[in-house]
Design a protein around this ligand. Structure first.
Ligand code: EPU
Length: 456
């Protein structure tokens, strides 16, 4: 068994999936109503933020995904008591007795998530030292941590690379810094926020990421007593304070989960109401959804996404940082584009290897050509990055069932959509990877009328 299969099995087991393989009978439209969970990319970071408080925090709307389990286990290893709150999805995190964890116990989580790198600042503040295991997360490119380490060093931290993981210390304490990120990285922005709030002095962060999940994290930190000002042009200014308290907060909805199910509704010619989806954070997605030929109705409680009939239209998309079209949205949408009348182009500018999932789609009958060096001459809006790639999708191509293996989280959801769209039966293995980020996706498939069984 390779390490990806093993990761997938572990993730499947953490959320109680019957098996890591499902067999899907495609060709049925998804129809019905499902709830959008709290955002994976906020909840996991909000849990780390609880380490900074002197009193317990309450986080509501926490998605039941294996990434949350991994972060819970790491927090528990450091003495944080985590209990379920009044309602499903509520977590109470009590950091009163934060303590050093054994390196071997932390190392057991090597490769399981990218969130551990965000423990650096909070653990330095609480314990003066942190050991961070080798990171995991989706294999969608190199995913270096150089911006994180440079930022931590500018606060005065000393980083030692170990054969496995890193050790980080602050022998002379941590102080405010002037930091300019080479690229508006989501993780590095969070690293700076989670560290700067308790340092001695002021921090100016230039070229920060301003994703909605980051704004929600800033809201949480403000509730804890932090002083953070978001200025125009991606500048964030943080005034360090001496102490923070616990927070009470409801996590923002998961816009990636919402976009993924919306894309599934379109590709399967279905009609899905997403309770809890909100327009402001999905505006860019909604524009593209409509240009492709999908329809939506927005009300107070959610958004209905559906295929209104007629041919789907091709589009050209450049993935980008917020408020652009998210890289996480392109993979699920590609399946609908295989059904559009003409040629679509996706320029992936955020990660250098996020088209691996298209091999399986081609096996199922799609016509997708990946240009590994990008398409430099193509008219485009964003500045070209050194490693970007492009995918050219020519449709419409009927899809047929196949045996496919989930490669990463969003690519895996795309495989699910392809299997649901295809004529005939597909066997999808490694579905545990999908459980890392999509809460109750099996229950939701049932609710929406998908025909599938677990395979032993
Ligand atoms: N980068 C560096 N050095 C660094 C940090 C980032 O070169 O030190 C590069 C990355 O390699 C990448 C780009 O900067 O090319 C953007 O990375 P970023 O740091 O913004 O991404 P991240 O924090 O690792 C989060 C989400 C991703 C999402 C991206 C972009 C989490 C846990 N992950 O990743 O979500 O695609 O932001 O919005 O929040 C997912 O949910 O499936 C997922 C991959």
């Amino acid at each position: 068994m390779n390490s990806l299969n093993l990761d997938s099995r572990r993730a499947a087991a953490k959320v109680g999936l019957e098996s890591d393989v499902i067999s899907i009978e495609g060709g049925r439209p998804l129809r019905g109503t499902i709830d959008v969970p709290g955002a994976k990319n906020l909840a996991t970071k909000a849990m780390v933020a609880a380490l900074l408080g002197r009193t317990p925090s309450v986080l509501r709307n926490v998605p039941a995904i294996s990434d949350v389990r991994v972060v819970s286990e790491l927090l528990r290893l450091h003495g944080v008591q985590i209990t379920e709150g009044e309602k499903p999805g509520d977590l109470v995190l009590d950091p009163s007795n934060v303590e050093r964890a054994h390196m071997a116990d932390i190392d057991a989580h090597a490769g399981s998530s990218r969130i551990p790198i965000l423990f650096c600042g909070p653990l330095l503040h609480r314990l003066g030292q942190a050991f961070i295991p080798d990171l995991g997360g989706c294999r969608i490119g190199d995913r270096p941590i150089d911006f994180h380490l440079a930022a931590l060093r500018s606060f005065g931290a000393v980083v030692d690379k170990l054969p496995s993981g890193i050790r980080i210390e602050a022998p002379h304490g941590l102080h405010g810094a002037n930091i300019e990120l080479p690229y508006p990285s989501v993780g590095a922005t969070e690293q700076v926020l989670l560290t700067s709030v308790l340092v001695d002095g002021q921090t100016e962060l230039k070229n920060a990421a301003i994703e909605p999940e980051i704004m929600d994290l800033i809201a949480i930190l403000q509730k804890m007593g932090a002083i953070i000002t978001v200025e125009p042009n991606r500048v964030i200014f943080i005034e360090g304070v001496e102490e923070l308290r616990g927070y009470s907060h409801t996590a923002i909805f998961d816009r990636n989960d919402a976009a993924s199910w919306a894309a599934a509704a379109l590709a399967t010619k279905g009609d899905v109401y997403l309770r809890g989806a909100r327009q402001p954070e999905l505006m860019t997605f909604l524009n593209v959804f409509r240009k492709v030929g999908g329809a939506f109705d927005i009300d107070e409680d959610g958004i209905r996404f559906y295929h209104p009939g007629g041919a789907l239209q091709p589009v050209t998309i450049e993935t980008d940082v917020h408020p652009g079209f998210m890289t996480d949205w392109q993979q699920p949408l590609v399946v609908a584009l295989t059904q559009a009348l003409g040629t679509s182009v996706i320029h992936e500018t955020v990660y250098e290897n996020r088209f691996g999932f298209t091999d399986a789609l081609n096996k199922m009958g799609a016509d997708i050509v990946v240009h590994k060096e990008g398409l430099a001459g193509y008219p485009r809006r964003v500045a070209r990055r050194a490693f970007e790639q492009a995918a050219v999708i020519t449709g419409p191509t009927p899809l047929h069932g196949a045996d496919i293996e989930v490669p990463d989280l969003r690519g895996g959801f795309s495989h699910l959509i392809a299997a649901l769209t295809a004529e005939g039966t597909s066997t999808v293995s490694n579905v545990g990877i999908i459980a890392r980020g999509y809460a109750d996706f099996i229950g939701k498939l049932r609710q929406l009328g998908a025909a599938f069984t677990f395979v032993d």
